[in-house]
Design a protein around this ligand. Structure first.
Ligand SMILES: Nc1ncnc2c1ncn2[C@@H]1O[C@H](COP(=O)(O)OP(=O)(O)OP(=O)(O)O)[C@@H](O)[C@H]1O
Length: 637
């Protein structure tokens, strides 16, 4: 080999790429092949690395770019600092190929901030596998178990998963192989074109920019009185879930295109169905349908609007009567209907039904069958679903209503622990208005539909037989099997009713209610912890507004003899503590304690010492609070 002439190495793959996925000397003289077409040209990064570096661009990330809107005096120096930070972060991002969200790793180039007007729109809270990365709903057994957490490093969901593995219909996904699942040939064909486009491109937040939980081996056993910083904040999995929900809720669709700007009282239509599945022909009387997220001009809230294309409705009663009946139905197991109207905004006579919107919700089918990471079904979860569905049925049937649409596609999972709601209510009644339909018969059909839904789900439990229709082969306990047999019994010997059904599993209702209650208490306790955040944040802002301004360095009031000097010392006392050897002490508890006392203006006194330790001031929190308030007022006048 001729070491003087690097030509000999141009076709040999660089080992750094093989081992680490990237070569940091690629642009710095490394003579081996980095996967470029021509090794002699200026090399581009290998695929893995390029997706990473494009995902995180600290320079363009708004968190690191000073806002132009702010009229800050030292804008240029801030910008220079921000650029330095950005550069440093960029280089860190470039050097860490493994730090990536599993979503982002398969996405188009990432724009670190959410840009609702980006032309390249892809849904966040929409249908399909799109939402499958969110934390799965859990069995109702324990609230903490519900927080399995989003593991960005997991192999199946992380960088190591190939595109094929992420395809729900790919054999390796476990969906197409093994047990054929509960679906008949027809139903699996119906979903055969489910897209593999997820994850979407631009709208993924950099969740890693927040402090992650420490690695397990660093989680030291704490004494009863000790707290780690993570324990002081909202748990990461809940924070991430709420962020994703907010992001999905606020995402808008680029204006222009075929969609009307305003439909009735609603605007900002965002299509929610981004899948290629063929709609069940019998549904909606064979009419085509579309689902949109919409913003209400009336109350500013977000809803979903289902449009049934090209319907003929001649009398207003067809709309108003079913709507009046269904809008009274309020139950946690039902997606409430808010509005029904006919519009010509789509250039046809479309029927629009408006329902409550639950960001990031997925149908049961998406959650358990076609997601990248299907939520496993357990018996506990099935009992929970059964109890919730019965509650919804009880509410509807007692109002002389029937759903007519209980199926895997129309029941959505809205949150932990396995909370579900029957969607799409009221529509069936509008479309079949004046048809000679017996509600009691429809209610009987609801029972059977519920049985079919639970049977299909049971078939996904590990150990269930291949024949979906055979309840005996399902891996459920005898009690659940009896419930299924009762619901699916077609002999019509006696009408099915909740009075007969509920006693069959009365003992199972209590654990479900306990789990839901525990979860409520858990989230309430988290909420209580966060209660003070806004107050402390405002206090921090107030302190930061007045502390460290340029004028304070020349103003006599801020000098050692000045009346505002205690503020300078207090700021140091709170944030700039050092230990005996001069090392910074960053004790969050100390900060919170001081700020809380300052906010309350307690009479407790503290001793503030000058850095040279030559002078000290003894002052109460009340006096400090008054001083800070008066300074702030003087500044804002
Ligand atoms: N109330 C809701 N809030 C938020 N998202 C919803 C709501 N209802 C449905 N979705 C989302 O919209 C997706 C599409 O719902 P839709 O009812 O159109 O299912 P579908 O399988 O496309 O049915 P169809 O074949 O009848 O069109 C659901 O999978 C879910 O992710």
């Amino acid at each position: 080999m001729d070491k003087a002439n690097p030509e000999w190495a141009k076709d040999i793959p660089c080992k750094n790429i093989t081992i680490y996925g990237f070569c940091k000397y690629e642009n710095d003289g490394c003579i081996f092949n980095h996967g470029n077409e021509s090794s002699s040209s200026v090399s581009s990064r290998p695929v893995l690395n390029s997706s990473l570096s494009s995902k995180f661009n600290a320079k363009t990330a708004p968190s690191f770019t000073p806002s132009k809107a702010l009229n800050v005096k030292n804008t240029s120096s801030t910008a220079i600092k921000a650029e330095k930070v950005a550069k440093a972060l960029q280089s860190v991002a470039d050097q860490q190929p493994s730090v990536s969200s599993p979503l982002a790793s398969h996405s188009a180039p990432f724009s670190s901030s959410f840009n609702p007007y980006a032309a390249n729109f892809t849904p966040v809270g929409s249908a399909g596998a799109a939402e499958t990365s969110s934390s799965p709903p859990s069995a109702p057994s324990a609230p903490s178990a519900g927080h399995t957490g989003f593991n960005p490093y997991s192999v199946s969901g992380g960088l190591l998963a190939s595109a094929d593995e992420l395809n729900p219909l790919h054999p390796s996904s476990g969906f197409a192989t093994g047990s054929p699942g509960p679906f008949t040939q027809e139903s699996s064909n119906r979903h055969a074109n489910f897209p593999t486009i997820y994850p979407p491109s631009h709208s993924i937040l950099q969740y890693h920019l927040y402090a992650p939980d420490p690695a397990l081996h660093l989680k030291l056993p704490l004494k009863a009185n000790e707290r780690s910083p993570e324990m002081l904040f909202i748990p990461n999995d809940i924070r991430e879930e709420l962020l994703k929900k907010n992001q999905a809720a606020l995402q808008v669709f680029p204006s222009g295109g075929n969609l009307p700007e305003i439909v009735g009282d609603y605007f900002g239509l965002v299509p929610l169905e981004f899948h290629n599945r063929v709609t069940n022909k019998d549904r909606y009387q064979g009419h085509q349908n579309s689902l949109y997220k919409v913003f209400s001009n009336f109350d500013g809230k977000i809803y979903i609007m289902r449009r049934i294309h090209d319907v003929k409705i001649t009398e207003t009663a067809q709309i108003s009567q079913p709507f009046q009946r269904w809008k009274k139905l309020v139950n946690p197991g039902v997606v409430e209907v808010r509005d029904v109207f006919i519009t010509r905004a789509f250039n046809d006579a479309s029927l629009c039904v408006v329902h409550d919107y639950f960001p990031q919700s997925n149908s049961l089918y998406e959650t358990h069958f076609v997601s990248y990471n299907p939520v496993p079904i357990s018996l506990d979860l099935l009992w929970s679903y059964l109890v919730q569905l019965c509650s919804a049925l009880q509410a509807a049937h007692s109002s002389n209503l029937a759903f007519n649409n209980i199926c895997l596609d129309k029941v959505i999972v809205t949150g932990h622990p396995g909370r579900i709601k029957i969607g799409d209510s009221c529509l069936h009644e509008v479309l079949h208005f004046q048809e000679d339909i017996d509600v009691t018969q429809q209610q009987q059909k609801d029972f059977v539909d519920m049985g079919l839904l639970l049977r299909d789900l049971s078939a996904k439990i590990i150990g269930s037989g291949q024949d979906v229709n055979d309840v005996e082969t399902l891996a459920v306990d005898d009690q659940f099997r009896l419930v299924l047999q009762y619901l699916l019994d077609s002999s019509n010997a006696e009408p099915k009713s909740l009075e007969k059904l509920l006693p069959m599993f009365a003992s199972k209702i209590l654990p479900v209610t306990s789990a839901l209650q525990s979860y409520v208490e858990y989230t309430e306790s988290i909420l209580a912890r966060e209660l003070e955040n806004a107050r402390l944040f405002r206090l921090m802002c107030k302190l930061s507004f007045i502390f460290g301004r340029t004028e304070s360095r020349i103003d006599i009031n801020w000098s050692e003899a000045g009346e505002r000097f205690p503020i300078v010392l207090f700021y140091d006392y709170v944030f700039h503590q050092t230990n005996e050897s001069g090392k910074p002490v960053m004790d969050l508890t100390h900060v919170l304690r001081c700020l809380n006392r300052l906010d309350a203006g307690t009479s407790e006194k503290i001793m503030l010492v000058t850095p040279d330790e030559m002078n000290c001031i003894i002052i109460s929190y009340k006096e400090l609070k008054d001083l800070i308030d008066s300074t702030f007022r003087a500044m804002s006048q």
